[in-house]
Design a protein around this ligand. Structure first.
Ligand code: AHR
Length: 514
């Protein structure tokens, strides 16, 4: 009897070992020459739903801890993950926003209707100075998206003057009158948003000419050179990139690209944020991986016109877009955030990092209470989402040097469809510490990755992991710590190789020290 038990145990273990999935990776320390811009970790907050109002910005006299009406728990959480920049005020809202309505005495500010998002009243209490205060508290760079769709060249020019000019002028006088004597010196400026759609339904030829007008009069004031970002393609509209590069070329610092992962691929019925099966999990990850093709193809077009890679590809809207939470305003785009979101974040950030020679900025849509958020709030409660935890793990890559990585990965297969189960990226920071980020998308299988590190000296390995048994697990207001980073002990040095056993549905960041 005892024999039989031992035999079956041995059989089970050998089947287990036989079925163990493996992947091979090679990190190339010799070809380390590209810096991963920290701006890849940028954020986006629009006047949309509960992102600003009832998100960052609390009502006058609120009991929720705040500084000048800016919610301090959110600020503290975001400071911990070092968000490098914040894009504002839109999105579609930007092309209907007139900045002068949002400065000066609040009681004098006109109200408007937010036609894009729910038809709600916008009281303009959060405007330019409040946004700059928020960026100051977050210690991040502002990225202002200017109105091209319904605004004027003069309006944008004056906004730049208001924010960036230190000398004597009507706009700097106005800024001083509003309590800010020194120029803010904002460098990131978006010239319109989605000009092919909500930003004016323009053709790319028309837009390129408009860009030149707006960009000309948006001046570089002393000590404040602008990084002008042109409104770019929707997803795989390669013609937009082609024409924009041909007509604008290096007159722009960056050209944007927007791509959202829609779980079902159907904008009419996108799928729930938490209530989905493996089939929908698979299609979501497949759609998320499409970012690799988009970035590769848009970059190849940009290479034709800008071989020196002076113009950045700026993916200033990305993330998963699901149906809204039941019972919430459809115009507010409020969605929960599950383990699937963490895998989307890890995978997308790996893609951006591996293309760091061209992708120099990206902005997750949107930081608080909208789409794929870092933070969700309910009255005075705040939840850090699985996406937040991935940004926390990955912050070690900010401004580090990319180490090119190649991977042979087993596939995650469902209903005869295949996607690579493992994706990764690696970098070396300024003190010589190497970090490797691995994502295992497989829903059920753990995968052992053996990594050869060429021209990398290291002795010890430590790790952190974000994982959960189910892809649709999430952090609720009742159970806010269900998914959070923990110590990862599944990696070791075996001879000269790094071997890591990645659990299914996991995002792991390893730290290799000399
Ligand atoms: O992020 C939500 C919306 O998506 C933005 O306002 C717009 O630019 C995009 O279509």
């Amino acid at each position: 009897m005892k024999h039989l038990f031992v035999l079956s145990l041995l059989f089970f273990l050998s089947v287990e070992a036989f079925c163990q999935q493996t992947a091979q990776a090679t990190v190339n320390g010799k070809d380390a020459k590209t810096q991963i811009s920290r701006h890849i970790y940028g954020q986006f907050s629009e006047h949309l739903g509960r992102s600003i109002y009832d998100g960052f910005w609390v009502p006058e006299g609120s009991n929720i801890p705040n500084k000048g009406r800016i919610r301090t728990d959110i600020v503290e959480a975001l400071k911990k993950i070092h968000i490098p920049n914040l894009r504002w005020p839109g999105g579609c809202f930007a092309d209907e926003y007139h900045w002068r309505d949002g400065i000066g005495l609040r009681t004098n500010r006109p109200k408007m209707v937010n036609t894009n998002w729910g038809g709600v009243v916008e009281d303009n209490s959060f405007g330019t100075n409040e946004f700059l205060d928020l960026c100051g508290m977050l210690n991040c760079e502002p990225y202002v998206s200017a109105n091209v769709g319904s605004g004027t060249v003069e309006e944008m020019a004056k906004w730049v003057e208001y924010l960036n000019f230190d000398g004597e002028s009507p706009m700097s006088a106005l800024r001083k009158q509003n309590g800010h004597s020194k120029a803010y010196k904002v460098s990131f400026w978006g010239v319109g948003n989605e000009s092919w759609g909500c930003g004016g339904n323009m053709t790319v030829d028309f837009y390129a000419d408009q860009y030149k007008r707006y960009a000309t009069y948006a001046r570089d004031y002393p000590g404040a050179p602008l990084k002008r970002i042109a409104s770019g393609a929707n997803s795989d509209d390669y013609n937009w990139t082609e024409v924009a590069m041909k007509k604008i070329g290096t007159r722009m610092w960056g050209l944007s690209l927007h791509y959202y992962t829609v779980p079902t691929g159907n904008w009419g019925k996108k799928g729930s944020a938490t209530n989905f099966d493996e089939k929908q999990y698979f299609s979501t990850m497949k759609n998320c991986l499409h970012m690799e093709e988009l970035v590769t193809k848009h970059s190849a077009i940009m290479d034709k016109y800008d071989a020196a890679k002076k113009v950045a590809l700026v993916v200033d809207e990305w993330g998963v877009w699901t149906d809204v939470e039941p019972g919430t305003n459809p115009g507010f785009l409020y969605q929960q955030n599950s383990m699937r979101d963490a895998l989307i974040a890890g995978t997308t950030l790996n893609i951006f990092q591996n293309h760091a020679d061209r992708v120099k900025m990206a902005n997750l849509a949107q930081t608080v209470n909208v789409l794929q958020s870092l933070v969700l709030t309910q009255k005075d409660k705040m939840v850090l989402t699985p996406t937040y935890h991935v940004f926390d793990l990955y912050q070690v890559h900010q401004d580090a040097t990319l180490l090119p990585i190649t991977i042979q990965s087993p596939d995650f297969i469902l209903d005869g469809e295949h996607i690579p189960a493992i994706n990764a990226s690696a970098s070396r920071d300024s003190s010589g510490v190497v970090h490797i980020s691995f994502v295992n998308l497989d829903a059920t299988k753990k995968i052992a990755v053996s990594t050869v590190l060429q021209d990398v000296t290291w002795k010890t390995v430590q790790g952190r992991i974000v994982t959960s048994p189910k892809f649709n697990d999430y952090n609720s207001f009742e159970q806010s710590g269900k998914i959070k980073p923990t110590v990862f002990t599944g990696a070791k040095k075996q001879g000269e190789q790094l071997v890591a056993e990645l659990p299914p549905l996991s995002v792991v960041v390893l730290t290799l020290k000399k």
